[in-house]
Design a protein around this ligand. Structure first.
Ligand SMILES: [Zn+2]
Length: 393
């Protein structure tokens, strides 16, 4: 299996210049390949790649860039084209690929070769990148497998990071299916599960989001293209990074908790396009839930457990106990079923319903031989106030 780690890079002045130059030349190569692609009726990935040597003859500066990094731009172009055509197939209105301006190109990639990570035994280790140099890197995790790919990223805040992908040889042992949990992702900022646990986004996240909004307002009042505004832009970018980091930390803990304590984790499979908002806070929250699903899925896979996405349609409107339809408006926080008398908080009912759909799904899809010790859905008669399973969040 492949695991990617993100480590901070500490380039010296010369190395940083090289990094910027590589970034810029990779961007130009991408644009040149795109222009070439557009001028043909139909050109294959392989054919387009073969023009890279010609580009090098036309512009000798390209020789300063590791050749695999230039080839990667061809790969990037074709994967962008593929993503575009998939969106089109789904019925979205899509335009053409655009040329990338200076601010819109932030990464370059060394695939398979051209890099070496050396453990110096000190706090900072060394990442050798061919044609760039030996850059100091802070590895807060051990790399146990073979490194397959290194992507260098320049952040808005001015920091540099390397995403290092390693291949680990580790057999995944499928775990027996005993404990199943359904998780409802709230419209506000809470996660409710079918064991009646409720976890809210930690308060420090809200604080950071508030500060971010504050900085954004301040920056918007500064004169466009002024040095002063640029200073605020960097400040804003730093604050945004802080928010993203602590949010990821929270999501890692949350997903780790569920993967450690349950064998099957069910969540709603929410389509992303429905969730696009202009509101900053809301869009942060939405990307948050998308990320949580991703983490849950890969952590479950590595642990030999199951992540089951279920259809999100109707989970809030159906009664988890009798299946009856109980329509409610957004503001109604309670579920009161007129058919069977089931009364619980709205999100708790949703979590139970997600669990029920999940059980239905695995009964249908898992082969008979799988040791599924299925439990009946809990019949909840009285509800205690939900608490977070976390002590320190
Ligand atoms: Zn009911």
């Amino acid at each position: 299996m492949q695991i990617t780690h993100k480590f901070r890079l500490y380039p010296n002045k010369q190395q940083e210049e090289n990094l910027f130059e590589t970034l810029n030349l990779c961007r130009q190569t991408y644009n040149n390949l795109l222009a070439e692609f557009d001028s043909w009726d139909n050109i294959s990935k392989y054919e387009l790649q073969s023009i890279i040597p010609n580009l090098k003859i036309c512009d000798s500066r390209l020789k300063k860039v590791y050749s695999k990094a230039l080839q990667y731009e061809n790969y990037r172009l074709f994967s962008n084209l593929k993503a575009l055509s998939q969106l089109k197939k789904k019925g979205y209105k899509v335009g053409r690929l655009r040329f990338k301006g200076k601010g819109w190109f932030k990464t370059f990639t060394y695939n398979q070769s051209g890099f070496k990570l050396t453990n110096t035994g000190k706090r900072l280790q060394t990442l050798h990148l061919s044609k760039i140099g030996d850059i100091k890197v802070r590895c807060h995790r051990n790399i146990k497998g073979a490194v397959k790919q290194v992507t260098v990223k320049h952040m808005q805040s001015g920091k540099w990071f390397a995403s290092i992908t390693e291949e680990r040889k580790q057999e995944i042992k499928q775990q027996p299916v005993n404990k199943v949990i359904g998780i409802d992702l709230g419209l506000t900022d809470t996660v409710y599960d079918s064991d009646n646990n409720k976890t809210a986004n930690p308060r420090h996240l809200k604080k950071k989001a508030k500060k971010l909004a504050h900085l954004q307002r301040k920056m918007s009042r500064k004169k466009k293209k002024s040095n002063n505004r640029n200073k605020w832009r960097v400040r804003l970018a730093r604050q945004y990074e802080k928010l993203v980091n602590s949010r990821e930390d929270f999501l890692h803990k949350l997903s780790r908790y569920y993967v450690n304590n349950y064998d099957v984790i069910a969540m709603e499979d929410m389509p992303i396009p429905d969730m696009v908002h202009n509101n900053l806070a809301k869009s942060i929250l939405n990307s948050c839930w998308g990320k949580l699903r991703q983490m849950m899925a890969y952590k479950a896979e590595w642990a030999g457990k199951l992540y089951v996405p279920v259809d999100y349609n109707g989970t809030t409107q159906r009664c988890s106990q009798c299946g009856g339809l109980v329509p409610k408006d957004l503001w109604e926080r309670e579920h009161k079923c007129p058919n069977c008398g089931f009364e619980v908080p709205r999100d708790y009912n949703s979590a139970l319903e997600i669990k029920r759909l999940c059980l239905q799904k695995i009964r249908q899809e898992l082969p008979e031989s799988t040791p599924v010790e299925m439990e009946a859905l809990p019949l909840v008669t009285s509800v205690v106030e939900a608490r977070s399973p976390f002590q320190n969040l």
